[in-house]
Design a protein around this ligand. Structure first.
Ligand code: SF4
Ligand code: SF4
Length: 181
C-alpha cells in the first residue's frame, strides 16, 4: 500500500506530462551539450519514475520476505563480513538469515518473521525496506520478485521519445522488469 502522497504517485497510471517534457529537455541538453554521465544517470532516474507506475496488489506469496537482498549505501551485502558489519549498526537485521552460495558468499536473505501462512509476524515493527516494497526495489533500479502480485508498467499517454539514449534506457528498464519485447 502507498506510504505517503509522494509514494502514492507510483501507483497512478496518469503521467505528469509537463514534468516529463521538462526532464526530457534537460536530458537532451545534457546529451548534446553538457555530456555528463553522472547527470544523465540522475536525470534518467527522475524520468524513469515519471514514466513507469506500479500496478497490482500483494498476493501474499511471501517471496519478498523469503528472497531479499540487503544493501548498504547502494552495495549489496553479499558477503558475511559485509553483513556482520551492517548488522552491528542495524540490530533489526538479526531477523534476516543469510542464505549462502557454495562459494561462501550470500545469495539472498530469508526473514525469520515470515509465518507459514506467508504473513509478517512483526508487521507493526517491520523495517522501512519492507514498508517500501515494491517501490523501493523499483527506485533502486531493481526488478520485483518473481510471482509478485505487483508489476511495473508504462504510464498511459506519455510523449513519444526520439532520442536513442532514452529509448535504450526505456528498453533496458522494461527488460529488467521481465517484459518480452
Ligand atoms: S519483517 Fe515482515 S515484511 Fe519484512 S521481510 Fe520480514 S516478514 Fe517480510
Ligand atoms: S512478493 Fe509481492 S505478492 Fe509476494 S508477498 Fe511480496 S508484495 Fe506480496
Amino acid at each position: 500500500m502507498p506510504l505517503n502522497e509522494l509514494e502514492a504517485t507510483f501507483y497512478s497510471v496518469h503521467p505528469h506530462r509537463i514534468k516529463i517534457y521538462l526532464l526530457y529537455t534537460a536530458f537532451l541538453f545534457n546529451v548534446y551539450v553538457i555530456r555528463s554521465q553522472r547527470l544523465q544517470d540522475i536525470l534518467w532516474e527522475w524520468l524513469r519514475t515519471e514514466l513507469f507506475y506500479i500496478a497490482g496488489a500483494c498476493q501474499h506469496s511471501g517471496n519478498c520476505c523469503r528472497y531479499l537482498m540487503l544493501y548498504n549505501k547502494g552495495k549489496a551485502l553479499n558477503h558475511p563480513e559485509l553483513f556482520q558489519k551492517a548488522a552491528q549498526e542495524k540490530p533489526y537485521y538479526s531477523r534476516f538469515i543469510p542464505q549462502m552460495t557454495t562459494s561462501g558468499g550470500i545469495d539472498h536473505f530469508q526473514c525469520n518473521c515470515l509465518s507459514a501462512e506467508n504473513k509478517c509476524t512483526d508487521y507493526k515493527n517491520r523495517p522501512r525496506l519492507c514498508q517500501q516494497y515494491p517501490i523501493g526495489n523499483f527506485l533502486k533500479g531493481g526488478d520485483l520478485h518473481g510471482d509478485c502480485g505487483y508489476t511495473v508498467r508504462l504510464r498511459e499517454n506519455i510523449p513519444i521519445f526520439h532520442n536513442r539514449t532514452v529509448l535504450a534506457l526505456l528498453v533496458q528498464t522494461a527488460r529488467l522488469q521481465g517484459w518480452q519485447l
